[in-house]
Structures are given as C-alpha cells and as structure tokens.
Ligand binder design. Structure first.
Ligand SMILES: NC(=O)c1ccc[n+]([C@@H]2O[C@H](COP(=O)([O-])OP(=O)(O)OC[C@H]3O[C@@H](n4cnc5c(N)ncnc54)[C@H](O)[C@@H]3O)[C@@H](O)[C@H]2O)c1
Length: 251
C-alpha cells in the first residue's frame, strides 16, 4: 500500500517501541518520516532523526522547525513520546506528578503547537496521539499514568473540534499492554518476570500482549488520507480488553 506517497510525517518517541514501528510503517507506505526523540541514536535512514525533549519547549520548536524544513513540510504528526508511572495517588509526590504530566500531556501540546502552522498548509493533515487503555479502564497502581492518558484522550477530542475546519483531523489510539522495550523494562523489574508477563497476558481476551506493529497499523489507519472522515475518535488496540467480558475458559 502506498497511501502515504508524497506525505511528510513526524513521529515523537520514534526511536523505540510503538513509535519506531510507526515510523517504519509510514515510511514503508510511502511517507518521508522524521523521528523526534530524546535519544535518536539508533534511528537509521531513510528515517530522519532529531534529538529533542518534549518537556523542553525550545528544543521541541527547534526540532520541529528543522524536520519541517528538511522534509519540505508536514502532513502527519504522531504524538507518541511518553513515560510511565506506577502506584496509587499516595505513591508519587507533587514533583513526579508534574514531571509525568509535563512529558505525557504538555509534551504533546508543545509538539502540536510547533507543528500546526505546517499542518495547516497540508491538504491531508492528521494528528494521532498515543493515549492508552488506562484512559478508559481503571487499572490498579496506575493513578498518575492513567490521569495523563485520560488527559490525552480529552485533549484529542478538544483538538479535533478546534482544528476540523482547518482540515486537520485529530484522533488517538488506546493500546492495551504492548510488547515494547518499555514493558520489557517493567517485566525485568518484577519479582517474578514470567508470572508478571502471564498475568498481563491473561488480562487480555486475546491471551497475549499487543504488538508494536499492531498499534502502528492503527496509527497508520487514522493518519492515512483514506480515513478523511475520521476525526475525534479513540481507536482501541487492546486485544479486546476494554470492550469484552469473557467467561472463564471452559465455562
Ligand atoms: N507499551 C505499552 O504497553 C503501552 C500501552 C499503552 C500506551 N502506550 C504509550 O505508547 C507510547 C510509546 O510507548 P512504548 O511502549 O513504545 O515506549 P518506549 O519506551 O519503547 O518508547 C518511548 C520512546 O519515547 C522517547 N521519549 C521518552 N521521553 C521523551 C521525551 N521527554 N522527549 C522525547 N522523547 C521521549 C524514548 O526515548 C523512547 O524512544 C507512550 O506514550 C506510552 O504511554 C504504551
């Protein structure tokens, strides 16, 4: 499929996991792709790489301007960079709340703000934000992380309304637990990584973790010019975790 032929895309957090799979998929489908990441050292051609911290407005503005100049414009923004946080409301102090909100929510605002002037010039402008099933389901030990992803979901709706008449579509994906380096780090830190993986897999009706490629496929669907009538939606890519209620096996 070459639905992205001639389009220019920017993917934040594109050096790893979901972002990396997305950058590679968009490139395979014809886009010229720039990656913005804290550590883009592993990013290889044909992807372009820009170092920036989404919690630093100056570095975001510089990287987005450089990417748009090198690509010759911007049609697609994938706002995907994010970090995790664990615990209940009692587990993290104010500083940590501000830090994670700053990266996961304000980070997307900063990149969108810098990208919007370029997107307005596109005939096929689309933004896809990476939210999470944590925005729509109550998961234990994820108070801070869930608050940030709920904010990303609401931000997606508000941005979709603000920019629909400018021809800019805004949607988000809500992945379930995805098999990325991030989840690998979480499993490595668990007392019993095999048991922890089994518990995460069992939580999903499909009985397995979501792959980064599957999330990338959903992001590409939402970003594609073929989806011109789709804006203000959240697409679950969670192995059925949000919508299905199964009976125990054998019952
Ligand atoms: N893996 C999951 O289970 C899962 C589930 C739902 C949602 N998500 C979301 O998907 C997105 C990507 O997650 P992943 O699992 O691929 O993670 P990952 O850790 O594999 O990749 C995240 C990338 O973002 C970059 N990054 C982090 N902070 C940054 C910053 N301040 N500025 C610029 N870049 C930064 C990292 O360098 C890394 O390359 C995140 O927003 C995450 O919340 C992940």
């Amino acid at each position: 499929m070459s639905d992205f032929e001639g389009l220019k895309a920017l993917v934040t957090g594109g050096a790893s996991g979901i972002g990396r799979a997305t950058a590679e998929l968009l490139a395979a489908r014809g886009a010229q792709v720039a990656v913005l990441d804290l550590d883009p050292s592993s990013v290889e051609k044909p992807l372009l790489a820009y170092r920036a911290d989404v919690s630093d407005d100056a570095s975001v503005r510089a990287a987005v301007a450089a990417a748009a100049a090198d690509l010759g414009g911007l049609d697609v923004l994938v706002n995907n960079a994010g970090i995790g946080a664990q615990g209940t409301v009692e587990s993290n102090d104010d500083e940590e709340w501000h830090r994670v909100l700053d990266v996961n929510v304000v980070g997307m605002v900063r990149v969108a703000r810098a990208a919007l002037p370029h997107l307005r010039a596109s005939a096929h402008a689309a933004i896809v934000n990476t939210s999470s099933i944590a925005a729509t389901a109550g998961l234990p030990q994820r108070a801070l992380y869930s608050a940030t992803k709920g904010a990303v979901y609401s931000l997606t709706l508000a941005m979709a309304a603000d920019h629909v008449r400018e021809g800019i579509r805004v949607n988000c994906v809500n992945p379930g637990t995805a098999d990325t380096p991030w989840v690998g780090r979480l499993l490595d830190a668990a007392a019993d990584p095999a048991a922890e993986r089994a518990a995460l897999e069992a939580r999903q009706p499909t009985g397995r973790l979501v792959s980064a490629d599957e999330v990338a496929g959903a992001i590409a669907y939402l970003a594609s010019p073929l989806s011109g009538a789709t804006t203000g939606t959240a697409l679950a890519v969670d192995g059925g975790m949000q919508g299905l209620r199964l009976r125990p096996v054998g019952q």
